[in-house]
Design a protein around this ligand. Structure first.
Ligand SMILES: C[S@@+](CC[C@H](N)C(=O)[O-])C[C@H]1O[C@@H](n2cnc3c(N)ncnc32)[C@H](O)[C@@H]1O
Length: 257
């Protein structure tokens, strides 16, 4: 006896196999939809808010008066999904022209400040960079697209652990996070080709100067909340050249026990 079901292609519908073929077609459609949904979900961190990210780059970074020019920095700002580094409830504010709360009384810095500080560092693809003040992990993610290795220190342990998990989840595998007091730097991994400090001490920490490679740069806000300047430092042997580049308002650098 001929087994019609075994020999009939699924899309060739015979009256006797009508119900069977309809079932197979439906199953295939469901499978295709599931696969489509999975691929959309996989690429979501990058595609979601892509229009807002583009607008952020054009209006907040490139626009006259903002003048961020480094194309590698602009590309990194255009691709890192900032909304993944803010609490879910505040996701829709991720691309506004200002800081956003991230819990524990801390904030993710304004996009312009992230781009400006990154540009001041003049990051090179082979650099190893130290960041003090991991916060959400966003600045570390931006740097990770531009340099070889990023070392970042956060004094609030739950923030450090959350940033570490988010960076790993999003595939920023060249970032190492440490929970501790960044005033002391990370001597085991020194010297660094660049150092970026995203909380404000009242003076420039000497351990950080010592851990900066000769000839290279540090950006650091210094001073009390209402009278803070962002400094660009360049180390030349035992001398440190310093230049105030922007008035800013960062949270104070707190000290560990
Ligand atoms: C403005 S937030 C940093 C934003 C962060 N770079 C980002 O991309 O989200 C400043 C951070 O510095 C941290 N901080 C303050 N004092 C510190 C210290 N001594 N060592 C390390 N982190 C410190 C704060 O807890 C806070 O998370």
């Amino acid at each position: 006896m001929v087994n019609l079901r075994a020999r009939t292609p699924v899309f060739c519908i015979l009256p006797s196999d009508w119900a069977y073929n309809v079932f197979v077609c439906e199953a295939l459609i469901v499978l295709l939809l599931v696969q489509l949904c999975m691929s959309v979900c996989d690429s979501q961190p990058l595609t979601k808010f892509s229009a807002e990210r583009k607008q952020m780059v054009e209006e907040q970074l490139v626009a006259p008066g903002r003048d961020i020019k480094n194309q590698r920095v602009l590309d990194a700002m255009a691709t890192v999904p900032r909304h993944e580094f803010v609490p879910n409830a505040l996701e829709r504010f991720a691309y506004v022209d200002g800081p956003v709360p991230i819990g524990y009384g801390q904030t993710i810095s304004q996009p312009f400040i992230v781009a400006f500080m990154t540009e001041q560092l003049d990051p090179k693809p082979t650099d190893r960079v130290l960041e003090i003040g991991t916060g959400s992990g966003y600045q570390a993610a931006v740097l990770s697209r531009l340099v070889a290795e990023v070392y970042t220190i956060e004094i609030i342990e739950p923030l450090a652990r959350r940033a570490e998990a988010d960076l790993k989840r999003l595939g920023y595998n060249n970032v190492k996070v440490h929970a501790g007091d960044g005033y002391q730097g990370w001597p085991e991994h020194a010297p660094f080709d660049a150092i970026i400090v995203t909380c404000a001490p009242d003076h420039i920490p000497q351990p950080l100067v010592e851990q900066l490679r000769d000839g290279r740069r540090m950006v650091i806000p210094v001073g009390a909340l209402e009278n803070q300047q962002l400094y660009l430092l360049q180390k030349h042997g035992t001398k440190v050249e310093q230049q105030a580049v922007l008035p800013v308002r960062f949270v104070p650098m707190t000290r560990g026990p």
